[in-house]
Design a binder for this molecule. Structure first.
Ligand code: ACO
Length: 279
């Protein structure tokens, strides 16, 4: 599939890893209506792209994303309800609905500033890795609003009540190292090693059965808000569905490699798969 070109978004590819890059570096990747439209379109394109095994969301230049574009997203649509509605829908769609439901593993590679609404797409990715000196913040309080969209909610999902309250009401920033401490990202790395570490993580995930990865990430998201009883029922159905959907028959293969061939240890890594065996 040939990639489209976009005004505000860039696509780069490396060994099955697709980097979807918010590309307004001169505006610190602040999200204009056009950026929302471009990201939404690109995500639809990549969801069906067989060459994309892992999707990495990141930003061009010194920022991951400086939040909604105050000039173009807010002020620019004040007198244009149609555009405001379209931009708002696209913003919610790609940053949350499409990202949380994306059929392949997603990683947020937080390369720099990540403020306000930019926290949403960071949180929506399955995993997140940040530059040690990346700077995060719920800066809304600094200009007299509250973290809207779903930002207040994602903060309470990502960190403790105390931390969410503290960062939302003070507007204090936190860096990549602190983001690991409070559980907002999985790892951090020196800025010059960020891409290399992200690729390492993506490649590790590409060794696993892709349908099992997809079903597992869906399960982890879904059971969070369920009772234990409901979760058991859901997980039984989900497990049965995985066996049906998994074209490479991972469960049988893994069992046989462990029990019969004694060629692998499930506790220590993925069973042997042929490259390109499964979609
Ligand atoms: N909206 C609109 N324009 C922005 C935004 C934004 N959120 N963030 C940065 N820009 C623009 C600046 O206005 C500037 O444009 P100009 O060159 O035309 O003057 C350009 O991007 C570069 O910004 P600087 O402030 O000069 O860059 P610097 O590297 O010094 O600082 C920083 C970066 C810290 C991200 C700063 O720009 C900032 O505080 N931005 C706002 C962050 C914020 O509060 N985001 C939340 C928005 S609210 C929401 O998302 C719901």
């Amino acid at each position: 599939m040939t990639d489209k070109t976009y005004e505000t978004v860039k696509i780069e590819r490396e060994d099955g890893i697709t980097f979807l890059i918010m590309n307004r570096p001169e505006k610190r990747n602040a999200m204009s209506p056009q950026l929302h439209f471009d990201m939404e379109d690109a995500m639809d394109h990549l969801a069906l792209d067989e060459a994309t095994k892992v999707l990495v969301i990141t930003g061009a230049g010194p920022a991951f994303c400086a939040g909604q574009d105050l000039r173009l997203y807010f002020r620019g649509t004040e007198n244009d309800p149609v555009m405001r509605h379209k931009a708002h829908e696209a913003s919610d769609n790609w940053r949350w609905l499409k990202l949380t439901r994306f059929p392949k593993l997603t990683i947020a590679m937080v390369n720099g500033y990540c403020f306000g609404g930019g926290l949403t797409q960071m949180a929506a990715c399955d995993l997140a890795i940040a530059a040690e000196d990346a700077l995060f913040g719920a800066s809304e309080i600094n200009w007299g609003i509250l973290p809207g969209g779903n930002v207040s909610w994602v903060m309470t999902q990502l960190m403790s009540h105390r931390d969410a309250m503290h960062y939302a009401i003070t507007g204090d920033t936190w860096d990549g190292k602190r983001a690991v401490e409070i559980g907002a990202v999985n790892y951090c790395a020196p800025r010059e090693k960020l891409r290399e570490e992200t690729i390492k993580l993506a490649k590790k995930m590409m060794e696993k059965n892709p349908m099992a990865v997809r079903f597992t990430k869906e399960a982890i998201r879904t059971v969070r808000t369920m009772s234990e009883v409901d979760a058991r029922d859901y997980l039984a159905a989900k497990s049965a569905a995985l066996i049906l959907r998994d074209k490479e028959g991972g469960r049988q293969k893994g069992m046989s490699q462990f029990l019969d061939e004694k060629s692998f240890r499930p506790g220590l890594g993925a069973y042997a798969r042929k490259p390109g065996e499964s979609k």
